[in-house]
Design a protein around this ligand. Structure first.
Ligand SMILES: [Zn+2]
Length: 257
């Protein structure tokens, strides 16, 4: 497993990360970091990728011949970003106005960019569980003040969809059982996760890069959407109490009802 850094020049930034993200995962690589910036020719997208060495040449070829790619540059290995360097993804994005509230109400979704979220959902369902390029794309597609609420709404819609698909006909459960029998297996399709009491610990969350903004609102919404019709009593509420983007080893989500 080696890290590979490539820089891609494209005429447009819209949808670029999603389209190239698909090529990356088709070649058994994962996206470690990305940086999207304006360029005189349109957009410049730097990708740090990780995957098996034997797939690397094919991936480079596929990226280099992709119709969206005007030019592909490979970073010399010694010049590649060291693994722990913080890449200012957030610098591309207007800063969030304020920290998310500790307790998330459903009213938060009122500020979501519903049109963008609805537009993305069919693609999210089609590519599920490889959804993170779509979510990262959503973060770029919406206004800064709508970012967190849009992620939250996308999470709720995705969670409700997964519940209907996989868990609909079970009995209603106590919160602890619902977390163990529904939230944990559903989240394991997406990320490395463990359950400790009523807290979900996510390791290496692809939406929360160190030094960037937290994408944890997606997971809050996802768990709330998953469990909305699953609990014997109360309405699920999730909040992120610790986040990888602030240097913590894990993102921790507290769930209550
Ligand atoms: Zn996080």
């Amino acid at each position: 497993m080696a890290e590979l850094e490539v820089r891609v020049i494209s005429e447009r930034r819209e949808g670029l990360l999603v389209e190239l993200g698909r090529v990356v995962s088709e070649h058994d690589h994962v996206l470690v970091r990305q940086r999207l910036a304006p360029d005189t020719q349109g957009a410049s997208l730097t990708l740090v990728l990780r995957g098996p060495d034997e797939r690397r040449a094919a991936l480079e070829r596929a990226l280099g011949t992709h119709p969206r790619v005007v030019r592909l540059e490979l970073a010399p290995r010694e010049a590649a970003m060291p693994p722990d360097e913080v890449v200012p993804v957030a610098a591309e994005l207007p800063q969030a106005v304020s920290a998310p509230p500790k307790t998330l109400g459903y009213g938060a979704a009122s500020a979501a960019d519903v049109v963008q979220v609805e537009h993305m959902l069919p693609s999210l369902a089609k590519d599920y569980p490889r959804i993170f390029p779509w979510l990262i794309n959503l973060e770029y597609a919406v206004a800064a003040e709508a970012r967190e609420a849009s992620l939250h709404l996308a999470g709720r819609r995705a969670g409700a969809w997964v519940f209907r698909r996989d868990f609909l006909f079970g009995a209603r459960l106590a919160l602890g059982d619902a977390l163990r029998r529904i939230a944990l297996p559903a989240l394991r399709e997406l990320v490395l996760v463990e359950l400790h009491g009523h807290q979900l610990h996510v390791r290496g969350c692809p939406l929360c890069q160190p030094g960037g903004l937290s994408g944890g609102r997606f997971f809050c919404g996802f768990v709330e959407g998953l469990l909305a019709d699953a609990l014997a009593g109360g309405v699920p509420r999730a909040s992120e109490v610790s986040c990888h983007c602030h240097g913590e080893p894990e993102c921790v989500f507290k769930v209550g009802s």
